[in-house]
Design a protein. Structure first.
Length: 351
């Protein structure tokens, strides 16, 4: 009879990581940064520059920084007026500064500092602002451009001019697509396709990193119909010789499309004449002022206005989210819908 002898199981050795396993190439770091929106990168760069300057002035090390340095810096931000506003930074701006510091450490393959203490400082700052009724305690939100608001804004435009036609499309298409201004100004003429029922607009949704083909039906009222407004603009642009390229372009006070812009004798701006996000947001603000609207009106007012009005009209949450390119479970969208529901679905009603 053969004797059974237990065979020792081979236990794999614990792998030892080398320096190559935890290193990132310059190309990989650049690719990571490319995944951060350009506006966020600019803000982070400004925040990081301010932090490194503060550290240098106090003989502190910025990278890698310590928990004590971060706590002192946050305390400084809560007490020191900024050069731009004359007031200490808001809690949300300080949160962004912390994100910038963390991102800089990660990009340099350094361990980010521990932030438990500095977040205690920030929590106390929030409560101090709230108890003193400081406006900085409340998040700054753009007012929603609901249909009545849009009608008032459109009434200020001279839609016989090319600039008036463009501004009408900016308002109506931004609202109907629930687009961020960065998504709106990125649209080309080729991204819009006409169908018997309306328009199909191919929008790149930057937050979810995907394209959505957004259906825009004809409106019942011609003056507020995004389809008619867009066709009117495209016809006028074709007469000016532009049948391709950016949909929303710079137009000067003489009606010239994509006029050259110079700074210190050097050309600036997109050569194709594409509007920037800031320029589109300024158009919304300017039109709201012309309509004597109170409140805070920005490019985001169009997106918020769509969500609020759609909810009030009874549209389902998932339909609103898919149409506007919100991520599933988006807290921002739920916040907009809560504002839309506060009157239409008020629990006090009927008590």
């Amino acid at each position: 009879m053969t004797e059974l002898v237990p065979v020792a199981l081979a236990v794999p050795a614990v792998p030892v990581h080398s320096a190559a396993d935890i290193a990132l190439s310059d190309d990989a770091r650049a690719a990571i940064l490319a995944g951060i929106p350009e506006s966020t990168r600019r803000a982070y760069a400004s925040d990081w520059s301010a932090f490194t300057t503060w550290c240098a002035d106090r003989s502190r090390v910025a990278l890698p920084s310590t928990a004590e340095t971060i706590t002192e810096y946050v305390t400084h931000l809560t007490l020191t007026p900024s050069a731009r506003t004359g007031r200490p930074l808001s809690p949300s701006s300080i949160e962004r500064a912390l994100a910038a510091i963390r991102t800089a450490h990660n990009a340099a393959n350094a361990q980010p500092p521990q932030t438990k203490a500095c977040r205690k400082v920030l929590s106390g700052y929030r409560e101090r602002l709230a108890l003193t009724k400081d406006p900085a305690a409340r998040p700054r939100k753009a007012d929603p451009a609901v249909p009545d608001t849009l009608r008032a804004m459109l009434a200020t435009l001279d839609r016989s001019t090319l600039a008036g036609k463009r501004d009408a499309v900016l308002l109506l298409l931004g609202y109907a697509c629930a687009a961020r201004v960065s998504e709106l100004v990125a649209l080309d003429v080729a991204d819009v396709r006409e169908t018997p029922d309306g328009l199909l607009v191919n929008v790149y949704r930057r937050k979810i990193k995907t394209f959505t083909e957004t259906a825009i039906p004809y409106g019942r009222v011609p003056a507020t119909c995004p389809v008619r407004a867009l066709k009117d603009l495209l016809t006028a642009m074709a007469e000016d010789g532009r049948t391709s390229g950016p949909l929303l372009v710079r137009i000067d006070r003489h009606g010239r499309v994509a006029p050259p812009m110079l700074r210190k004798g050097l050309p600036i701006g997109d050569p194709s004449g594409r509007m920037t996000s800031d320029a589109a947001a300024d158009v919304v603000t300017r039109i709201a002022q012309a309509a004597d609207l109170d409140g805070r009106w920005t490019g985001h007012s169009l997106r918020r206005g769509f969500a609020t009005a759609a909810r009030r009209s009874g549209a389902a949450l998932e339909r609103i989210g898919r149409h506007g390119g919100w991520a599933d479970g988006s807290k921002a969208l739920l916040g907009y819908l809560e504002e839309g529901d506060r009157w239409t679905d008020n629990p006090v009603t009927g008590l």
